[in-house]
Design a protein around this ligand. Structure first.
Ligand code: BJ8
Length: 425
């Protein structure tokens, strides 16, 4: 089907037929999962619009910006500091994807036992269907899990602009020094890419934009603590997913707008499900767009998801950057301090994550936790068992789910989720 964006997509090197097919599947899935929900807040219309234009208008904005000299940087991880990118008037976009594509081509370059998230990014590249990857002026790969860091060696041969960021895996003094050094190196790389020197004034502006975005999401998270829940877990997840693509200032305003509406709903005692509906917390691997499978199964089984202990969720947005001074060094130090606290499972040991899950369950009134692990994701799978034992010892039941992006296990997962909900009742 012809689109007003065909010429732009072609210019980016997309395979139009394959891309059409992807958009069709995406649109159908979105309609079935999101638009069929009852009692959706009106403010979700903005996010519907963003999703309908996620490969269209948003890409046009980025491409138009590039014509004026603005750069686009793609990333696969919440350790890439958006503040530094913003300080150079560039845009950071997420490149993780949540759907299988071109799997036959992916199987030729990656082992079969690679997690779906990595395979998906490669599928979108090899299938030529990701306008974000194709429009990026720089792609940042970060050394986190083994799958990611080794796959970047292959990705480096597929894209001309891969920048590899090294990251620590132990929260030691040396690990922190590595993070600080890598953020300095990244700042320099961004300056070289954009031709803009990142001054204290610029960095302060970048910090403010990103802090504002996080604060808006914190406000949304707090409102989800109310019973009846004023917004579904699916819609809240979607907002988190959109945060990786949308213009941050516009996104922040839209999140505040929906929060105003949710506050009114709360005052009126209105929710997306009746008071007393079982409340669950997700914990584990990130769910990149359009990975909606398990939340959809959970919410269509009669529960409501009230929080995500995930990088597409609170792990990705917890804490603000709070500089102690207004000079460049203080700001860079505050950036390091904020990201240093991310409790990704690639760190060993990683005790903060357990505390955060407990805290979130208490704050949001969750009666149980769904541990979401992608197949072949060793860091999160390895943490799942001890985490489950510790949470269950405190009376918080856990359902451990191991899945991928296929729909083959939907019925089986549904049966397990229903049994879990019965147990919670
Ligand atoms: S900070 S969670 S975004 S690394 S699912 S690719 S871990 S095998 S995504 Fe992540 Fe940064 Fe950590 Fe967050 Fe590997 Fe697991 Fe795949 Fe994963």
């Amino acid at each position: 089907m012809a689109s007003e964006y065909d010429a732009m997509w072609q210019g980016l090197g997309l395979d139009l037929a394959a891309h059409d097919q992807l958009l069709q599947v995406l649109g159908d899935g979105y309609g079935q999962i999101f638009l069929s929900q009852q009692e959706r807040p009106q403010g979700m219309e903005y996010f519907n619009f963003v999703m309908s234009e996620v490969h269209g208008l948003r890409i046009k904005e980025l491409v138009d910006g590039q014509a004026e000299g603005k750069k686009v940087i793609g990333s696969f991880c919440v350790f890439v500091p958006e503040e530094i990118v913003r300080a150079a008037d560039a845009t950071l976009v997420g490149l993780c994807t949540g759907a299988d594509f071109a799997t036959d081509l992916v199987d030729q370059v990656l082992p079969r036992n690679t997690c779906a998230l990595i395979k998906s990014a490669f599928g979108f590249k090899l299938g030529k269907v990701c306008p974000y990857m194709e429009s990026a002026d720089m792609i940042v790969g970060e050394n986190t899990c083994d799958g990611k860091k080794k796959s970047y060696e292959t990705l480096g041969g597929l894209v001309p602009n891969l920048y590899v960021m090294d990251l620590p895996q132990v929260k030691s003094k040396e690990g922190r020094a590595l993070l600080a050094a890598e953020y300095q190196r990244f700042k320099q790389a961004v300056e070289e890419l954009t031709g803009i020197e990142i001054t204290a004034e610029r960095l302060a502006k970048g910090i403010k934009i990103v802090n504002d975005k996080r604060e808006a999401l914190h406000r949304l998270y707090k409102l989800r603590a109310v019973d009846p829940a004023p917004i579904s877990g699916l819609d809240a997840l979607l907002i988190n997913q959109v945060s990786f693509y949308d213009d941050p200032v516009r996104f922040t305003a839209s999140v505040h707008k929906i929060c105003d509406e949710l506050e009114e709903r709360i005052k009126a005692g209105q929710g997306v499900a009746p008071k007393g509906t079982p409340r669950l917390l997700f914990s584990g691997c990130p769910m990149a767009v359009p990975n909606w499978k398990v939340p959809w199964i959970v919410e269509s089984s009669g529960a409501v998801v009230v929080g995500e202990e995930s990088c597409v969720g609170e792990r990705g947005t917890r804490n603000l950057v709070e500089p102690q001074g207004d000079d460049l060094d203080s700001m860079m130090e505050a950036i390091v301090e904020r990201y240093w606290q991310i409790d990704c499972a690639v760190f060993t040991p990683n005790p903060e994550r357990e505390e955060h899950v407990k805290q979130m369950a208490a704050d949001y009134g969750a009666k149980g936790v769904i541990h979401y692990g992608l197949q072949f994701c060793q860091p999160y799978q390895m943490e799942a068992l001890p985490l489950e034992k510790k949470l269950e010892a405190t009376g918080l039941p856990v359902l451990r789910v191991e899945t991928d992006y296929s729909m083959e296990d939907v019925e089986q997962l549904k049966t397990r989720v229903e049994a879990f909900l019965e147990m919670l009742a």
